[in-house]
Design a protein around this ligand. Structure first.
Ligand code: MN
Length: 285
């Protein structure tokens, strides 16, 4: 199932080039009072929500997909976990280019560990990317994004996919420079998720997905998740060995070679096999 959030926090079922407005299904989500949970309510209740969507989809209003404004499919991720240099050719590209490494120590991912992006940086495709620090290099990074479906602590790689709610495309927008990754990659709008959440039953082999990103019609990055150094299962094992993953936490798995700069006015088009494509506009903040 492809589930989107759109317009004024509406919920949609994506079928081909239409969206069925299934917002009323959100009524099954439990009410909470302060303090609110640190996980995403929609993702935590996804199986029940899917059942409810199936029950009411035939009566739902049908809208053209092209007419809706897509939001991040996860509204309240508790953590956005990111993998640094997790494709071999991107590792080589970074080590070879001072404009990419800025004399930062670049370690193999199993030495470097993972990093976190501020959740305030998350937007959906329709919201676009608002670039800051225009005197510095701002790059696109296209990545497979893995949405965790249930609480996961010390999960083995063999069991890891049982903890996945679904997948979307992630853009890890990055200011190049000497600062910590979490700082350079966390301005508002620098984490784009979309175009929608594809439930895990539709993607049984996340390690075999073709994907790409084009800027103004020119392909910049094109790869397959088979080239990940640490695959989805290993990333879940790695992350959950250090901290507990909650429903709605999102792991962005790393980007392949071909990172390059974007500037205001650019149009990005990211595609991923099994998920779809999303257009994201770039502007100045
Ligand atoms: Mn990245």
């Amino acid at each position: 199932m492809k589930i989107c959030r759109f317009d004024d926090n509406r919920l949609g079922l994506v079928e081909g080039d239409v969206v069925r407005d299934v917002t009323v299904a959100l009524e099954i989500l439990p009410a909470h009072t302060y303090p609110f949970p640190r996980y995403d309510l929609l993702v935590a209740n996804l199986p029940a929500l899917v059942d409810r969507i199936n029950a009411l989809k035939s009566d739902a209003e049908v809208l053209p997909l092209s007419s809706v404004r897509l939001l991040s499919p996860v509204a309240n991720p508790g953590k956005v976990i990111a993998a640094p240099v997790n494709y071999q050719k991107h590792l080589k590209e970074v080590l070879d280019d001072p404009n990419l490494h800025h004399d930062n120590q670049i370690n193999h991912i199993e030495r470097a560990g993972l990093f976190l992006k501020a959740t305030s940086s998350v937007v959906g495709a329709s919201e676009g990317v608002a670039l800051r620090k225009l005197d510095r290099r701002n790059d696109h990074e296209v990545e497979l994004a893995v949405v965790i479906g249930k609480r996961a602590a010390n999960v083995s790689r063999a069991d890891a996919l049982n903890y996945v709610a679904g997948y979307c495309i992630g853009l890890d927008i990055t200011i190049r420079g000497p600062e910590e990754r979490s700082f350079r990659k966390s301005p508002d709008t620098y984490t784009v998720f979309g175009p929608w959440l594809v439930t895990a039953d539709e993607i049984t082999e996340p390690g075999k997905l073709d994907f790409s990103i084009a800027v103004n019609g020119e392909i910049r990055q094109q790869s397959n998740t088979a080239d990940l150094i640490l695959g989805v299962e290993q990333l879940i094992e790695f992350a959950s060995g250090f901290y507990t993953l909650e429903p709605g936490d999102i792991i962005i798995t790393g980007t392949p070679e071909g990172v390059a700069s974007i500037k205001p006015g650019d149009k990005m088009l990211a595609r991923m096999e099994g998920i779809g494509e999303m257009a994201v506009a770039v502007r100045a903040a």
